[in-house]
Design a protein around this ligand. Structure first.
Ligand code: F6P
Length: 360
């Protein structure tokens, strides 16, 4: 029987857990006697002569599988990709180029490890992948992808943000002051909510829930401590104000006499050694992806649902998400998931005296 040849690439923003997935794909594929080709820089590596690397455990040894970032890189800023191709009116040319490169590589299957943007766009341009079995694995620190209860990288990002805040809490106490910490997460509050609960934040402001600055100030002034953390998701807005959300909130607090500083963990949330739960998820998703290839599946994404790992169709994935249209990029439609009002963590936060806006 012909030896299978599968490809793998990482696209979009990096996060912890990508190297674990790559490593587990190599491991599982080699047990099956398959070859694994790593495509460098995501779709960049398929524009022009394909840039690839033959993957073995010698190339990515097990001790490096825990490291953050992607051993295969995630692409160059400004390069032609799904989004820039739409912006530059080069979709047809881009799609043709990708199909040509995939044909040249003679892959039986391709695994794309991506976030909601890459996955939605891959589905929108699915003719590119019609000659391979196309399997997606969800990753993002934002946890904003529909049909999966977890994405690779999220748990480590929560841990990173938690550790960052743990350090601040000590200096906050020394100086009797507050820290307004701005988390990443785009327009989804999952990262802020989870880390906020983990550290015992005094307030958590997320894009999904409206808040009132006067209520926030009253809450902080009546807090049992004169220090602590106010977690602000990068996606919140404050009518009539512009600039970084943490700065906006900080200014309001200062004006109300609350001594505070801002802190921005930024890309450290995408870094850090991959924690155990993310490594386990990465291993389960890699196994599921390889099984899906074995079973002849295509246009599917691995997903965690109520503890079980399974595949869901990309058509269902895109249909299940709230679609966001970017007016600057006509035709771009990304499937997003947000915190639902019945998320149990919201009521837990409220019951623990954390201000989370107008949540009843
Ligand atoms: O989607 C992941 C993410 O880290 C977001 O949380 C954040 O808004 C964005 O990417 C940052 O992007 P960049 O690395 O391009 O600054």
């Amino acid at each position: 029987m012909k030896r299978k040849k599968i490809g793998i690439m990482t696209t979009g923003g990096d996060c912890s857990g990508l190297n674990t997935v790559i490593h587990r794909v190599i491991r599982g594929a080699s047990i099956r006697g398959w070859r694994v080709i790593g495509i460098l820089d995501g779709t960049d590596g398929l524009c022009g002569t394909p840039r690839t690397i033959e993957l073995t455990e010698e190339v990515l040894p097990i001790e490096n599988a825990r490291l953050s970032g992607s051993f295969l890189h995630n692409g160059h800023a400004g390069a032609l990709n799904f989004e820039t191709a739409i912006e530059r009116n080069k979709v047809a040319q881009f799609n043709k180029q990708l199909r040509k490169s995939l044909a040249e590589l003679k892959l039986d299957a391709l695994i794309l490890v991506g976030g909601n943007g890459s996955t939605s766009l891959a589905w929108a341009n699915r003719e590119i992948y019609q000659d391979v079995q196309f399997i997606c694995i969800p990753k993002t620190i934002d946890m904003d992808m529909p049909l999966t209860d977890r994405t690779i990288g999220f748990d480590t990002a929560v841990q990173q943000l938690t550790s960052f805040c743990d350090q601040l809490m000590l200096t906050a106490r020394s100086h009797h002051r507050w820290f307004v910490v701005q988390s990443m997460g785009r327009d989804c509050g999952n990262l802020a909510l989870n880390a906020g609960v983990a550290i015992g934040a005094s307030a958590i402001l997320i894009p999904e829930i409206k808040f009132n600055v006067d209520d926030l100030i009253a809450h902080i002034k009546s807090a049992p401590t004169d220090y602590g953390i106010i977690m602000v998701s990068e996606g919140i807005t404050l009518r009539g104000h512009s600039g970084k959300p943490a700065d906006m909130i900080s200014r309001k607090l200062t004006a109300a006499g609350i001594v505070n500083r801002t802190a921005f963990p930024e890309h450290t949330q995408r870094a850090g050694d991959t924690i155990a739960t993310d490594r386990i998820l990465a291993t389960r998703f890699a196994d599921c992806a390889l099984n899906a290839i074995e079973n002849g599946e295509t246009y599917v994404m691995t997903a965690l649902e109520c503890g079980d790992v399974k595949t869901v169709s990309l058509a269902d994935f895109v249909a299940a998400g709230d679609s966001t249209h970017d007016p600057k990029i006509p035709g771009l439609c990304t499937a997003n998931a947000y915190i639902e009002p019945d998320d149990p963590l919201l009521s837990v936060a409220r019951d623990m005296g954390i201000y989370i806006g107008n949540y009843k």
